[in-house]
Design a protein around this ligand. Structure first.
Ligand code: IVH
Length: 670
């Protein structure tokens, strides 16, 4: 990269970092996970390491935390409130210890004070003559916000301390946090317990802070005038004696191997704690050594935070529920004890299907490893059999639909000669409540009728209020009733009305997709729409039971035909189509007549990468081209995928037809 481009890229990353900082620290509403945030931070630091011309006042290398909010009076910390360096693996720990030994330049055996790192926000409490006089947030590390009144609402913080050995003037520092069970009640408002704690603690009005039960655990000091205390572990004991809460899992360990084992055990059991922990803090226990080691710009040399994995965690299954989807699929979902994975509190994990439960022998009560990476739905990767209760019983998957009581089946696949892994409710219509709700959600979705203003939650709400039972009910809503509902105002009702009215104008392919016939996705709906041309014709096909004719369509096979037959055997589905076709204005599929591929004909041979034939055909047709099914003079391009038919290539060569790879073909379209 050129220097100007590197600078430009760096600036972009700094701006990203700044805007996420603002969302996180000032607004308490992060838009990315902690690990994504850490990635941005690391990228900036790596860039600075590589190119010494990169510098910014807003870089994570020169800032900690956030600029104190304008809502509070500020106060300069007597001793800076620094953050900790992170270790993610054993290499990082070994490096940490090596650096310490190098710095001290002598061979010393030291011990570590090991403390759970509670995921909350830090606060500093100043006591003068045993009286709590001022409390501050960390702020940017140098200056914090004065939040004394808010901190006074926390029961764990002593207002006065009478012990004779309590220092006359001291800053006690620790973490303000919220327990998981309390967070559960607030989880619609905050991404994780830390944001909830931060949001509550930094309320302008301390009466608001009272509403969210906050806790405080003490772990260090800022200003302190004494040299009587020799060890961090002794200080933690004193804190307890003076009336502060300290963490019950604090301990002292010696070797990296001991740290490693403790970390592993703690990580695998943390789901059982009442609060969120995102790692362990290791501090050199000897305070004299701490003093000798001192600080780098942002963090002490004598301590490190050993983080837990950001994409997996152990937890315990408390229940298994069966969800019924739009196509009747029964999906088991494990309810688990909430655990924070990379900044997101996970309390459910999908178990995929019946076969997955059988294969992994997953049971209620099991301790399992949950993975949550990127946007993938959290899922169980293994069961810790050592932790299984002797009395535990195999999970019995229901054989009838938990929503409507109908029979369920596992379909037999003729090609693979295997039964489907998924069990399904055989109900095709709207008689199964759960299926009906999911069908309506599909009907309104973006690629279908695209009725924004009527989201999934609203569908559920309207269903509960008996306002909708079938898709056509959407076009006959009682708006008077809706405008009296909580959360609905004139504006939102008129928006809803508008987007419902707009959706009445719909193309045939989108409509066929919207009615939610299994195996008729967007591409197949387009193929059907092109073939039947109008909704009237489609209804005639149903009436005359002429579905087999669709076999002529390249891309439609027996699976789709059988699904269409099953769908329309159910009379309520037929009635819905009839009703909707009288309410809606369903137009023929609009083909683009001015696309890039106008007057160009294509044919495919061989398997395409990451694309079905039907999708390739739609793409060509959307761009005004056409697809033919034999090699003749009318053909302009033969597109070859994997394992093509050589005879077709030879014929094309003979006729002088251009031969394209998939990539070359896609290049025609940019
Ligand atoms: S000591 C100079 N001890 O972790 C080091 N911090 O990234 C001061 N934390 O800001 C911190 N538990 O919010 C320390 N036992 C513990 C901790 C702890 C949680 C938090 C604290 C700090 C952050 C460091």
């Amino acid at each position: 990269m050129k220097e100007v481009d590197t600078k430009k890229y760096y600036k972009k990353k700094i701006n990203e970092f700044k805007s996420h900082n603002k969302l996180y620290f000032e607004k308490n509403s992060p838009k990315i996970s902690d690990s994504q945030y850490d990635k941005i931070k690391k990228e900036i630091l790596d860039l600075e390491k590589k190119y010494d011309f990169l510098k910014s006042d807003s870089s994570p290398s020169s800032t900690i935390g956030f600029t104190p909010s304008k809502n509070f009076i500020k106060s300069k910390h007597r001793v800076k409130m620094l953050s900790l360096a992170n270790a993610f693996d054993i290499d990082d720990l070994e490096n940490f210890e090596k650096k310490i030994l190098n710095y001290l330049n002598e061979k010393i055996n030291f011990e570590y004070s090991v403390e759970p790192k509670i995921d909350g926000i830090s606060a500093s409490l100043t006591y003068k003559n045993g009286i709590f006089v001022m409390g501050t947030s960390r702020g940017d590390g140098t200056t914090g916000e004065v939040i004394t009144e808010n901190l006074k609402t926390i029961n764990d913080i002593p207002q006065s301390i009478a012990n004779k050995d309590f220092p006359k003037d001291v800053d006690i520092r620790g973490e303000v946090f919220i327990k998981k069970k309390d967070f559960n009640k607030l989880k619609n408002n905050f991404a994780n317990p830390r944001n909830a704690a931060s949001g509550s603690l930094r309320q302008k009005n301390s009466e608001e802070t009272k509403k969210i039960p906050l806790n405080f655990v003490a772990y260090t000091y800022g200003y302190l005038e004494t040299d009587k205390i020799k060890k961090q572990s002794d200080f933690l004991n004193l804190l307890k004696k003076w009336g502060f809460k300290t963490n019950e899992h604090n301990t002292v360990l010696k070797t990296i191997n001991e740290l490693k084992n403790f970390h592993k055990k703690f990580e695998n059991e943390r789901f059982d704690l009442e609060y969120d922990v995102d790692g362990l803090v290791y501090k050199i226990n000897n305070l004299e050594l701490q003093k000798r080691l001192g600080y780098t710009a942002n963090s002490p040399r004598w301590a490190i935070a050993h983080k837990f994995s950001a994409d997996s965690a152990f937890s315990q299954i408390t229940d298994i529920n069966i969800q019924v989807g739009r196509t009747g699929a029964l999906t088991p979902v494990a309810r688990i004890k909430p655990v924070n994975i990379g900044g997101v509190v996970v309390s459910n994990a999908t178990l995929h299907n019946e076969d997955e439960i059988i294969r992994k022998d997953i049971r209620i009560g099991d301790t399992v490893k949950i993975e949550r990476a990127g946007d993938v739905i959290p899922h169980v990767i293994l069961v810790d059999l050592k932790k299984r209760d002797k009395k535990s019983k195999k999970f019995i998957f229901p054989t009838t639909c938990p929503s409507c009581g109908s029979q369920t089946i596992k379909e037999y696949n003729k090609t693979t000669k295997k039964h489907d892994a998924v069990r399904r409710c055989i109900n095709e219509g709207f008689d199964c409540e759960k299926i009906a709700i999911e069908k309506i959600k599909h009907f309104i979705s973006k690629d279908a009728m695209n009725i924004d203003g009527l989201g999934k939650k609203v569908v559920e709400n309207f269903w509960d209020l008996n306002l909708i039972r079938f898709p056509q009910d959407i076009y006959n809503l009682d708006y008077n009733k809706i405008s009296n509902l909580e959360g609905w105002g004139d504006l939102s009702v008129s928006n809803l009305k508008y987007s419902i009215d707009q959706s009445k104008q719909i193309s045939l392919d989108k409509f066929l997709y919207a009615i939610g016939i299994r195996h008729i996705g967007i591409e197949n709906a387009k193929l059907l729409a092109e073939y039947v041309k109008s909704i009237k014709n489609f209804i005639t096909f149903i009436n005359k039971n002429k579905f087999n004719e669709f076999l002529d369509i390249d891309g439609i096979g027996e699976t789709q035909i059988n699904s269409l037959k099953r769908f329309f055997e159910n009379k309520s589905n037929y009635k819905i189509i009839e009703k909707l076709s009288s309410i809606l204005n369903i137009s023929d599929l609009k083909l683009n007549k001015n696309g890039k591929l106008l007057n160009n004909t294509f044919m495919f041979t061989g398997k395409l990468t990451n694309m079905s034939r039907a999708a390739a055909k739609s793409l060509i047709e959307e761009n005004s081209g056409s697809v033919v099914s034999s090699v003749n003079k009318k053909l302009k391009y033969l597109v070859i995928g994997e394992k093509p038919t050589n005879r077709k290539i030879d014929q094309a060569k003979e006729l002088g037809i251009k031969i394209l790879s998939q990539e070359e073909w896609l290049n025609l379209l940019n």
